[in-house]
Design a protein around this ligand. Structure first.
Ligand code: BDR
Ligand code: CA
Length: 310
């Protein structure tokens, strides 16, 4: 089984992804790296460690990474994730101060070298840490088996969640995404095209009643669900980041196809847009596996069942 590094900007749905991945007992996790994204770095790190405590896996190490995008200033998403990033659901939980000293990008390089050809990165925030790692040690492009990224949109023009044509994670550091897409690493992009079909609604959450994660899932998603209702007319939490884990656990959830994909880094109208050359107009080698269809119901069932059985 491939070794995994999970890179997160925890985040409500990042928290759910961490729980899902660990509780699936099917991932060989080397460590979790954190990045600035939904909320500032120190909050994504704290939230990650609180979630690990909730799971009962404080033995998993958390490596703090980039505290800002490569070039631009950070833009956070408090509207979606609440003032602390996880809907204030774990306000009362105390955690010890046990920050790892190794920088996330260095951890990625070290592990890629150690597990050549046997390391997969699952990235559910801006991809700044991997871009930094690639700049410092370009050889990791040959050593990393695959990177599965939650980000972008390719056939839903006008239906982005940050700009009309841009998704949050790619918008949050488009220059980093550009480095990763052109690195030669095998990239799969789990985009809004499929994640927006995976709304976890109250009826799903109620299935967790009486189980370990019911309170956390109900409370942490409250702000997120209210935002979705106001903005998109659905009271639910799109399982963006958990679906990215789901794709690793069972690729048959999603139909993918490889095309040439590039990222806009200049235009103020479209900064962070992921452009897929479906018609091969640019005559470039395909570099990104994009997602065409998702078996949303089967995935959501597995997500809920996994949390239920914990
Ligand atoms: C992505 O952006 C973040 O707000 C979520 O955690 C997810 O990774 C969705 O666009
Ligand atoms: Ca995220």
């Amino acid at each position: 089984m491939s070794k995994i590094i999970l890179d997160v900007d925890t985040g409500v749905d990042d928290a759910l992804a961490i729980i899902y991945g660990i509780e699936s007992k099917k991932i060989d996790l080397l460590g979790i790296t954190t990045v600035s994204g939904n909320v500032p770095l120190h909050m994504t790190e704290r939230n990650t460690r609180k979630v690990l405590r909730l799971i009962g896996r404080e033995d998993i190490k958390v490596y703090p990474g980039a505290d800002r995008p490569l070039i631009r200033e950070p833009e956070y998403e408090f509207r979606v994730h609440g003032t602390d990033g996880i809907g204030n659901a774990l306000d009362d939980m105390k955690i010890e101060n046990q920050t790892e000293e190794q920088f996330a990008a260095d951890f990625i390089i070290e592990q890629a070298k150690k597990y050549k050809g046997d390391l997969t990165l699952i990235m559910v925030g801006p991809v700044t840490n991997l871009a930094l790692a690639l700049r410092k040690e370009p050889k990791i492009a040959d050593w990393i088996n695959e990177v599965i990224i939650m980000g972008g949109l390719v056939s839903m023009a006008g239906k982005g969640n940050k700009l009309p044509n841009s998704e949050f994670n790619i918008f949050a550091d488009a220059e980093a995404a550009s480095i990763v897409f052109h690195s030669g690493i095998e990239v799969t992009l789990v985009s809004l095209d499929v994640t927006l079909q995976t709304y976890m609604k109250l009826e799903h959450i109620e299935k967790l009643k009486g189980t370990k994660y019911y309170d956390f899932v109900l409370n942490s998603t409250k702000v997120f669900r209210a935002f979705s209702e106001k903005q998109y007319g659905t009271n639910g939490c799109a399982l963006h980041d958990p679906l990215t884990i789901g794709y690793f656990l069972d690729p048959s959830y999603i139909e993918t196809k490889k095309y040439f994909v590039d990222v806009e880094t200049v235009s103020p109208l479209n900064y962070g847009q992921t452009i897929c050359d479906f018609r091969n107009l640019w005559k470039k080698e395909p570099n990104v596996n994009i997602c065409l269809n998702v078996d949303a119901e089967r995935f959501i069932d597995d997500f809920i069942e996994t949390l239920k059985q914990a």
